[in-house]
Ligand binder design. Structure first.
Ligand SMILES: Nc1nc2c(ncn2[C@@H]2O[C@H](COP(=O)(O)OP(=O)(O)OP(=O)(O)O)[C@@H](O)[C@H]2O)c(=O)[nH]1
Ligand code: SF4
Ligand SMILES: [Mg+2]
Length: 395
């Protein structure tokens, strides 16, 4: 339980052709022989994950992949798996061991740049390269970036690689969940109804993460249910500066909240920390442009057994049917299998992605944007339909 959840680890994926030393690099970075290495091309057939701390980056998940130049029908399948890793990649290491033909590397680098994934180019096998400076210059000319030079075999250059990773991290820093909404000494009231959807005996991840974020900021935290909201506020010497609510009871909480208290929801905080909040708000407004013929994709990032009164499968469809009638249609996709072709949809309503890293949500947002389909999340959709979105405080 002391381990950082995967969603909070920086996902660093290692890409490159077969045999360039990707698995050796993972071993050299972790200081352990975790990935199988061999002179045979195609040794790694499926992505291999390894959790580790990289100081000062903190908890990371290194992902070793199969070489992206694999051939044949099985090779094609491996390439597809490697390509799928992009969806969860916060940072990439693009590994090469020569500079003669960089056509494939160029294609991959273009894809990484398109997905806005910060990338470090790594020239491996420095111990076996004769004209190092010439090779570095060629790579720079072809790919527009100077490689970090390492030898995974000898362990050389690992410190330079860590430094390069730290440098690119600045681009993808996840901000504090309550950034700009709460500061040290503020009193914050959390409205957390524990309905049948809530897991028995524990709190859900967005609530746990919010409490941790507020504790780190030295805020004064209180929790209540909607039924005890008024009592809780009355018991306070002054109104809380911020109320964070479960989005399903937005409207009730808004009715009862003191004028001076800011109001937001756990899902709004998640939307801001996991994705691009502006795009997701724009997506929520697209609800007004739906018609009785619209086709909506409900996307859940993980698979869980549907529950009665499930927010994605029941509450949101019911809410939109009430407005647009029974002919509006919904497709539900759960887990990592997110449809590649989104064009048939008029709107995507995504879950809060609490179990996943920021990159997964960002890559889904980029894909939706490229295909011209608006995307929002559960909490923002509910807030918009209830007419509360304008009144919600954004981090
Ligand atoms: N000389 C030298 N050889 C290396 C270095 N890094 C890896 N190798 C060798 O290169 C070969 C391939 O290494 P791997 O780490 O298996 O390469 P890979 O990219 O994971 O290969 P696939 O899994 O087949 O895609 C092995 O024989 C390694 O010993 C290095 O820094 N220097
Ligand atoms: S479906 Fe989405 S919001 Fe629900 S637990 Fe999974 S990742 Fe979190
Ligand atoms: Mg390998």
């Amino acid at each position: 339980m002391n381990e950082a959840p995967q969603s909070l680890r920086r996902h660093i994926a290692i890409f490159g052709r077969r045999n360039v030393g990707k698995s050796s690099l993972l071993n050299a970075l972790t200081g352990q022989q975790v990935a199988i290495v061999s002179p045979e091309a195609g040794t790694t057939s499926d992505p291999v994950n390894r959790a580790m701390e990289i100081l000062p980056l903190g908890p990371c998940l290194l992902i070793d992949t199969a070489g992206f130049d694999d051939v044949g029908s099985v090779g094609e399948l491996r390439n597809e798996r490697t390509h799928k890793v992009l969806d969860q990649t916060d940072m990439a290491l693009l590994v090469l061991d020569q500079a003669k033909d960089l056509t494939l590397e160029k294609i991959w680098l273009d894809e990484l740049r398109r997905l806005e994934i910060p990338t470090v180019i790594v020239l491996n096998k420095s111990d076996a390269i004769d004209s190092k400076n010439k090779t570095i210059a060629l790579i720079h000319d072809e790919l527009g970036q100077t490689p970090v030079v390492v030898s995974s075999l000898k362990g050389d250059g690992m410190e330079d690689l860590r430094k390069a990773l730290v440098q690119v991290t600045a681009d993808i820093e996840e901000t504090s969940l309550t950034a700009g909404l709460a500061k040290a000494g503020d009193s914050v009231l959390l409205v957390m109804p524990q309905d049948p959807q809530a897991p028995k005996g524990r709190l859900i991840l967005p609530q746990v993460q919010t409490i941790r974020d507020l504790l780190d900021k030295s805020c004064i935290i209180s929790c209540c249910d909607v039924d005890t909201l008024e009592q809780s506020i009355n018991a306070m010497k002054k109104p809380p500066s911020l109320i964070i609510t479960d989005s399903q009871v937005f409207a009730q909480v808004y009715e009862k909240k003191p004028d001076k208290s800011l109001l937001t929801s756990f899902s709004v905080l998640m939307a801001a920390s996991k994705g691009n909040i502006d795009v997701l708000i724009e997506g929520a407004r697209a609800i007004d442009r739906l018609t009785p013929q619209s086709h909506v994709l409900i996307a859940e990032a993980c698979t869980h057994a549907p529950m009665s009164e499930d927010i994605g499968r029941e509450k949101i469809p019911r809410m939109l049917r009430k407005r647009y009638g029974e002919t509006i249609t919904f497709d539900i996709h759960a887990g990592k299998d997110y449809p590649a072709d989104l064009k048939k949809y008029d709107l995507i309503i995504h879950c809060g992605a609490c179990m996943f890293n920021r990159r997964l949500m960002l890559s889904r947002i980029i894909r939706a944007r490229e295909q011209g389909v608006p995307i929002t999340n559960y909490g923002l959709a509910i807030a918009h339909v209830q007419g509360i979105l304008k009144k919600v405080s954004l981090p």
